[in-house]
Design a protein around this ligand. Structure first.
Ligand code: BG6
Ligand code: MG
Length: 445
């Protein structure tokens, strides 16, 4: 048995390692994969086990599917896809080729393609919220005893597709906790089904729930305003910054890795450039630096030109809306000079009472200027503010401003935060939000 991106591959695999397979619409499929990853619908859980996968039909019943163990990769390349040449549900076997072995869910995808010839795309996502809603509202489902990656599930899925809409639809995998399958005639239509069902159920998730108030760091603090960093808290722009910086490094003939990119989070554009040039041991004049920063920014802006509200990180919009409806003031406090452009693309400008970004400060984070300016414009004392930050530089800035700080990410990296949460979808939210709101309401009286 092979360890797979969803635990274990349960079928017998015959795989021939080969160069990436070129199929039409791979770019479109890969863009859909990136979006699913950014929305947390495909990814890796806290124990390192991947979830979710997607595929597209090639010739006949052959299909290209994401490879096993790719859940942790934010942006896939053609090297991360595998062509399933044939599959046999009865014998539980799969024959495939490509640079990587096929996803553990290949049999399920195969069963769908085999059952209806008009289906050309299958996307398998995970979401507790959507899963619970679909079960409750009696969407087509596979039985609880049909476990992931098994012939039983493949047969159950096939039955489900044949009984429901044959060209496009959604199936909830009752025996595969949080698992949902969408299928359609095109990548675009399949993606649309997911985005619609996500919209339908995600709002139910952020519920202001009275729990463990005494445990919360917030209950002891009179919070009147919340200041949000943008990049990495509201939207994942780090990957676009990375592509643009990597191209600059390539120009100068050195490699710039994803782990190098971590060092640029929260850091201003010019300081980011200094770090990059330092990594490549490159020395250039101030004028050349300015030109390079402009080139990088033009490339970055081209990459974010098509950004849309679907890229807002999971739950953050609802979280900010809940704060506002409970009387908490909100501000944006970002190092980016592109934040206005991004807020407009995401259509979330109205979520903030005040926006302070790289265009309004002369000292970059970890200097507290950005947060202090936001607090001043909100007419709120720093000690009554809480900052949401994903970068170490931002957490230091919040602390230097004498504000509370909630880190978004890993506690191993964000050491000085008062509290660290994985993102805006976890249950800790109620522990933060409820006391925050209580405090605001008490102060309004
Ligand atoms: C921060 C990002 O928010 O903004 C950094 O985390 C980036 O990576 C900085 O360098 C400046 O952004 P911009 O858009 O002004 O180049
Ligand atoms: Mg950030």
């Amino acid at each position: 048995m092979l360890i797979s991106n969803e635990g274990y591959v349960k079928y017998n695999a015959k795989h021939i390692f080969s160069k990436p397979i070129k199929v039409p619409y791979l770019l479109q499929l890969n863009n859909a994969r990136t979006l699913m990853y950014n929305l947390g619908l495909i990814g890796v859980n806290s124990t390192g086990v991947g979830y979710g996968n997607l595929s597209i039909r090639f010739h006949g019943d052959e299909f290209l599917i994401t490879g096993t163990n790719t859940g942790a990769i934010s942006v896939l390349s053609p090297n991360d896809y595998c062509l399933v040449k044939s599959f046999d549900i009865v014998r539980n076997s799969i024959i495939s080729c490509g640079p990587v072995q096929a996803s553990s869910e290949s049999m399920t995808h195969g069963a769908i393609y085999r059952s209806v010839s008009e289906i050309n795309c299958v996307i398998h996502i995970h979401s507790k919220n959507i899963f619970d809603g679909m079960i409750r509202d009696k969407y087509p489902f596979t039985p609880e005893n049909a476990e992931y990656g098994t012939p039983d599930l493949a047969i159950a899925i096939e039955n489900c597709v044949l009984k429901s809409d044959k060209k496009e639809g959604l199936i909830v995998l009752a025996g595969h906790d949080e698992g949902i399958i969408a299928y359609g005639c095109t990548v675009e239509k399949t993606l649309k089904l997911i985005l619609e069902i996500k919209k339908k159920y995600e709002r139910e998730h952020i519920i202001v729930n009275v729990t463990k108030e005494n445990n919360s760091i917030m209950s002891k603090n009179k919070i009147k305003a919340a200041i949000f960093d943008l990049d990495g808290v509201i939207v994942d722009t780090a990957k676009y910054h990375y592509i643009a910086w990597k191209e600059i490094a390539k120009k100068y003939g050195f490699d710039f890795t994803e782990s190098d990119n971590e060092r640029l989070k929260g850091v201003s554009r010019m300081e980011s450039l200094d770090i990059l040039l330092n990594i490549g041991k490159i020395k250039i004049s101030q004028k050349e630096k300015e030109d390079l920063a402009t080139i990088k920014n033009e490339r970055y802006k081209a990459l974010i030109a098509n950004m849309n509200p679907d890229e807002i990180l999971y739950g953050v919009r609802e979280f900010i809306e809940s704060l506002r409806s409970n009387g908490i003031l909100t501000a944006l406090g970002s190092a980016s000079k592109n934040s206005g452009f991004i807020l407009e693309k995401l259509n979330i400008l109205p979520l903030f009472d005040v926006v302070i970004d790289g265009n309004h400060v002369s000292n970059a984070k970890p200097n507290p200027e950005v947060f202090l300016k936001a607090a001043k414009l909100l007419n709120t004392l720093p000690e009554n503010c809480v900052v949401f930050e994903d970068a170490q530089a931002g957490i230091e800035a919040a602390k230097a401003a004498n504000m509370k700080c909630i880190g978004i990410g890993s506690p191993k990296i964000l050491k000085n935060a008062d509290l660290v949460i994985e993102g805006f979808k976890s249950t800790e939210l109620s522990e933060i939000l409820h006391p925050l709101c209580l405090n605001a309401k008490k102060q309004q009286k």
